[in-house]
Ligand binder design. Structure first.
Ligand code: FMN
Length: 198
């Protein structure tokens, strides 16, 4: 709720919501040892931070140590911390590697490990793989539909052959910069619009 509304006890208007800075999580979609997703996520964050239009943060699903849904004791701290983290975010950028023509099991489990906290938010996808991670990204779009996450159209696709050295060191071609900014333009616009629904 906006400061003025708190002071005089009125509900938040759409205009006030629009003035608050959005919180956008850049979600790392892989957890394996030696993964490259942190390099890709940090690159997106650097570009995003220069815009100054939102609070961008890296969200590493590995930090939450989520058990597979329905397994474990139910007392694992990550089970509480993960939806709490998502609840504080207005939108997402998913960093998506392609594993066997889909997203990673870790990302699917993280998506399954919350529900309402995803709803009525927007997301962009940055994917990578031998064909730019396109097949994984399309799978993710189907899942996001069920979670009421509005995925934007502009989709930077990074090639393991031309945007990485030895498939390990991230050296993105210049042409991706414009696409990342266009994707963020759409994420910010839709995240702001959808905030008024929540
Ligand atoms: C289990 C597994 C399956 C993979 N399957 C594919 C695939 O189907 N298509 C593809 O383009 N790359 C595939 N790759 C290559 C990954 O996209 C590449 O290793 C990428 O760096 C993985 O992201 P990460 O380093 O963040 O884990 C696969 C990698 C792994 C580990």
């Amino acid at each position: 709720m906006g400061f003025l509304s708190k002071l005089i006890g009125t509900s938040t208007t759409k205009e006030e919501i629009a003035m608050e800075k959005l919180n956008i999580g850049i979600i790392l979609g892989s957890t394996r040892q030696g993964r490259v997703s942190p390099q890709v996520g940090n690159w997106v964050k650097e570009i995003a931070d220069k815009r100054g239009d939102a609070n961008y943060e890296i969200v590493d699903i590995a930090d939450f140590k989520l058990p597979f849904v329905g397994e474990g004791t139910g007392e694992e701290p990550g089970l509480k911390a993960w939806p709490e983290k998502l609840a504080n975010l207005d939108g997402f950028v998913f960093i998506v590697p392609e594993y066997n023509h889909s997203i990673t099991g870790a990302l699917k489990n993280a998506l399954d490990s919350a529900r309402d906290e995803w709803h009525n938010k927007a997301a962009g996808i940055v994917s990578y793989g031998s064909t730019g991670g396109a097949r994984a990204a399309e799978h993710l779009r189907g899942i996001l539909g069920e979670l009421l996450v509005a995925d934007v159209r502009v989709h930077p696709t990074l090639s393991l052959f031309t945007d990485f050295e030895n498939f390990a060191e991230f050296k993105p071609a210049d042409l991706h910069l414009n696409n990342v900014n266009l994707m963020l333009d759409q994420v910010i616009a839709w995240s702001g619009a959808l905030k008024t629904l929540r």
